[in-house]
Design a protein around this ligand. Sequence first.
Ligand SMILES: Nc1nc2c(c(=O)[nH]1)N[C@H]1C(S)=C(S)[C@@H](COP(=O)(O)O)O[C@H]1N2
Ligand SMILES: [Mo]
Length: 221
Amino acid sequence: MNNDPDIRSPTKLTRTKQRWAREGKFLTGRVARPDTDRLPPGQHVVTDWPVLDLGEQPLVPHEAWSLDVDGAVENPTHWNWAAFAALPQTQRVNDIHCVTTWSRYDNMWEGISTHTLLDTVMPLPAATFVMLHSYDGYATNVPFEDFAAEDSILAHSWQGRPLTREHGGPLRLVIPHLYFWKSAKWVKRIEFMAGDKPGYWELNGYHDRGDPWTEQRYQGD
Ligand SMILES: Nc1nc2c(c(=O)[nH]1)N[C@H]1C(S)=C(S)[C@@H](COP(=O)(O)O)O[C@H]1N2
Ligand SMILES: [Mo]
């Protein structure tokens, strides 16, 4: 007979792991939770706004800009800037967390909520993941639920001013509850997928989902 409690009682082990997950007992061993803490484990606050990308910052004037939304949707849609900017506008204020350990509080975004986009393109039930494609060749994948989350926004403005080119203007995605590499700058195409596929950083060692609260920094975390 095996008296190892973990083997004898797998449900107890599972419960313990779930409790650790709830309490945020992860890589750093620090406890941080989104409902009681503001800073995820291993992060520090900055007041400037660092620029991170692959080194190419595409210049996309409004006249040359367009957005295609396709894949597993009922209503594939192509927008030019005027049509996209005419969609209902929303604001979000949130904190962003980069995997390189900086976090920036109280960013005010203005743009189109992902809900508004979803209302138009009507994703099929098969659409479980979303790939963001950008003008610089960057791509990143996110689960459908994260893309559709209440805090996600396709932003054209930050702190009341148009998003600068270096930060992804004319339009970037912001999914504040995931590490910032998921927030694609210079978005040009949004592809709804019937399964998961890695994007640029996900192919290069980063975690597939990237939840800062559980320190999903790298593959295997
Ligand atoms: N198109 C595109 N989007 C991108 C990137 C990129 O290289 N290209 N880098 C990502 C990474 S790693 C981070 S941390 C954030 C940085 O955004 P910022 O430069 O506005 O701070 O953008 C993300 N979105
Ligand atoms: Mo990043």
